[in-house]
Structure formats: C-alpha cells, structure tokens
Design a protein around this ligand. Structure first.
Ligand code: ATP
Ligand code: MG
Length: 257
C-alpha cells in the first residue's frame, strides 16, 4: 500500500504585478509504507511547496493526492472536483505529521504542553493519557529531563526534537520533514538526524527534504531530485550519488558533495 501518492500536481503562485510563477509542474511521487524518501534539489526547486501541498498548507491547482491509497483531492483549474466531506479530509490529513525548518513550537508553552495540546483537542485524549504519551515520546527523543522547559530554554537541536515528538504525539502514519536541520548549528545537526534515523529504523514512513547528503545516502530507500518544479530523477541513493543519470542531478551533487 502506498502511504502518499501524488499524480501530476501543479501549482502556480500569482503575486501582484509579477508574472505568475509555476512552482510545481506535474509532480508525481509515490511513498510506499515504511519507505524513507529524501527530496534533494537546489533552492527554489519547489521542494517546500510540494511538501506543504501534501497536507494542505498549500492548495494545488491541479493533480491528485492520495493518502493510504484513498483519493483525497482531485483538482482541476484550482477547484477540487472530488469534494470529499471536510471531516473525511481532516481525518486523512491527521495521518500526516510535519516537522518544519524553524521548529514552530508554541513559545509560551512548555515542551510537554506543546505535545499534549493537539492530542487532547483533536484526538480527544484525556490530559492524563496525553501527558503519559508525551513523556514516553520526550524520553524517546532524549529529552526526558526537559518536559517542563520552555522553547527559549532549549537549544535548537532540543527544540527540533520536541517538534518531532510533538508531531509523533498525533500518531501519524507518515512524517514529512522540511529541512529539519538546516536552521541548526552544525554541532546540533547530529542529534536530530539520529532521532530521525531511529524513527526510520522503527518503520516510520518518511518524506524528507534535506541537504544532508550523508543522511540521504545512509537512510533513504529512494532519493528524488527536484529542479525547477519537476522531478528530474528518482533512484536508489547508491545509484544516484555514484552515477546520476541526469546532468542536472550530476551538477547539483557536484556542488553539494
Ligand atoms: N507563497 C508564495 N508566494 C509566491 N511565491 C512563492 C510562495 N512560496 C514560494 N514561492 C516561490 O516558489 C518557488 C519555490 O519555493 P519553495 O520554497 O518551494 O522552494 P524550495 O525548493 O523549498 O527552496 P529552498 O531549498 O530554498 O527551501 C520559489 O521561487 C519561491 O520564491
Ligand atoms: Mg524549502
């Protein structure tokens, strides 16, 4: 079963007074259950827009989005012609967790409060159950001693680990990561990557936009190269990193490796 599938997703941004910017050009990608897929590519390629369109932070103009093999959105000319009931869309999208570059924690809430809010309000867990789950997750990301710390009292790496735990607290079936380590000081990158690696080893389905080529090489089942709104190449990391078939991929890898 595929966890997420997109077919021919297109997205154009219209900014006042500027020529429309076509950011996604028929992007089709399938992420199978338990698969780890890394998206690489230069700045402006559309990587974040693609990820954001998967959980509806960005509305697509056309194309199809499936979650767990269920067609969720079928868009033509900016309109969703499928029109599933809103609650069905929300329910399916709850399976999709997301971790952002800048953590996006609630600054006025402690680590554990960040973790219990959505499970209580959206999943309707009791506070006791939500706290129990949150403690287990904070322990899993190595922050058992930081449950009552505020984000401002945590390092970037710790904040990002809280953000990962917060996403996991909703028990998603797939996790999206948008450059989760690129806002971190170099010495803090490893602790976040190792949490992600252990998630992958635990069987989590993951779609990761990253510039960490070693992570992609070690952990990804599949690497996707995006360029100017299109997927130009998809392959196993070993093949892609040693012998890319597309010239653009080769150029990009030469510039980053
Ligand atoms: N809300 C928006 N309105 C207008 N243009 C946008 C908007 N969001 C993104 N863009 C433009 O779309 C293009 C793709 O942006 P996107 O953030 O998806 O790229 P990216 O591959 O994630 O790049 P990076 O590696 O720098 O994060 C860029 O040219 C960007 O300026
Ligand atoms: Mg981006």
């Amino acid at each position: 079963m595929s966890m997420i599938k997109t077919v021919d997703i297109c997205k154009t941004f219209h900014s006042n007074g500027r020529t429309p910017l076509e950011v996604l050009k028929k992007v089709s990608l399938t992420v199978e259950q338990k698969e780890v897929v890394c998206i690489i590519g230069p700045s402006g390629a559309g990587k974040s827009t693609f990820l954001r369109s998967l959980n509806r932070l960005e509305k697509i103009d056309s194309g199809k989005i499936y979650i767990e093999d269920k067609l969720l959105f079928d868009c033509v000319d900016g309109a969703d012609i499928l029109k599933l009931p809103h609650h069905e869309q929300v329910k399916a999208l709850l399976e999709v967790g997301m971790v952002f570059q800048n953590f996006n924690l609630f600054p006025h809430k402690t680590a554990i409060e960040n973790l219990i809010l959505s499970p209580m309000h959206v999943r309707k867990l009791s506070e006791e159950d939500a706290r129990e789950r949150a403690r287990v997750l904070l322990d899993r990301v190595g922050l058992a001693d930081k449950t009552d710390a505020y984000p401002s009292q945590l390092s970037g790496g710790q904040q990002q680990r809280v953000a990962i735990a917060r996403a996991l607290a909703m028990e998603p079936k797939i996790m999206l990561f948008d450059e989760p380590t690129s806002a971190l000081d170099p010495e803090l990158v490893g602790e976040v990557l190792s949490v992600m690696k252990s998630l992958a080893q635990g069987g989590m389905t993951m779609l990761v936009v990253t510039h960490e080529m070693n992570f992609a090489r070690d952990v990804a089942d599949k690497v996707v190269f995006m360029f100017e709104g299109s997927i130009l190449e998809t392959g196993h990391p070993k093949d892609m990193f040693t012998n890319p078939s597309n010239d653009r991929t080769r150029q990009f890898l030469q510039s980053v490796l």
